[in-house]
Design a protein around this ligand. Structure first.
Ligand code: SF4
Length: 222
């Protein structure tokens, strides 16, 4: 990426932050964990599994059920009977598969401090953890500078900069062109998602878009 493109990427971040404000992603409920003596990072790991192949809204409904059952922790996931766990996470869809994945991560990421040092490749060996889920866990639970790429991210960088690629290419593209700053990565990923949901839709609302002048899409020249 040349210097001007790097500057445009940084400017994209600044403008999204100015327009949408800090997203403070990943959402967790510190009060719940304070009351139950659990670690908020466990909620991030559980949420990362529950949101696979579904909207965050559906994942949230499952998280609320786990909270009501006092089981929003890796210990809770391990100890609940599978049938009961399945009932609670049903709103997130694919519930049988997600029960199996939750059980697996609850075994393998115990104690949760392991997220601070585990290799990315080791995470891939845990059933239910692919690239995006691994990077969510590393970035948001582990506090480590891995950029999370999803379909919204792909859409925006293609339209804005004409950059296209698979997961690893795009992750490296971001990491190669931004400082290794965990807070920046957390916020930028969330802002891209917000922008994709509000404006950079499948049929984008380019007129008046806050990053229109940085974006090549309206002129057909990314
Ligand atoms: S100008 Fe259009 S394509 Fe570019 S970021 Fe904004 S909404 Fe998306």
């Amino acid at each position: 990426m040349d210097r001007s493109l790097r500057e445009r990427l940084t400017e994209l971040y600044r403008r999204l932050l100015r327009v949408y404000g800090p997203q403070n992603w990943w959402p967790i409920d510190p009060e719940y964990h304070r009351r139950h003596g659990s670690d908020p990072r466990e909620e991030i790991v559980i949420g990362a599994i529950l949101t696979q192949n579904t909207s965050w809204r559906n994942a949230e409904r499952a998280i609320e059920n786990l909270k009501r059952a006092g089981a929003l922790s890796l210990k809770g996931v391990r100890e609940l009977p599978a049938e009961r766990l399945g009932e609670l996470v049903k709103p997130a869809g694919f519930f049988r598969r997600k029960v199996a994945y939750l059980r697996e991560v609850a075994q393998k990421l115990d104690p949760i401090d392991v997220v601070e040092k585990i290799d990315r490749e080791q995470l891939f060996r845990i059933r239910g953890i692919g690239r995006e889920t691994a990077d969510v866990i590393l970035l948001y639970a582990g506090g480590r500078p891995f950029f999370v790429v999803d379909s919204y991210t792909k859409r925006i960088v293609f339209r804005t900069f004409g950059v296209k690629g698979g997961y690893e290419e795009l992750r490296r593209w971001f990491e190669g062109n931004l400082p290794p700053d965990v807070e920046l990565y957390r916020e930028f990923h969330a802002l891209l998602d917000e922008h994709a949901k509000r404006r950079c839709l499948r049929n984008p609302l380019c007129g008046g878009c806050p990053v229109e002048e940085l974006c090549g899409f309206p002129s057909g020249n990314p």
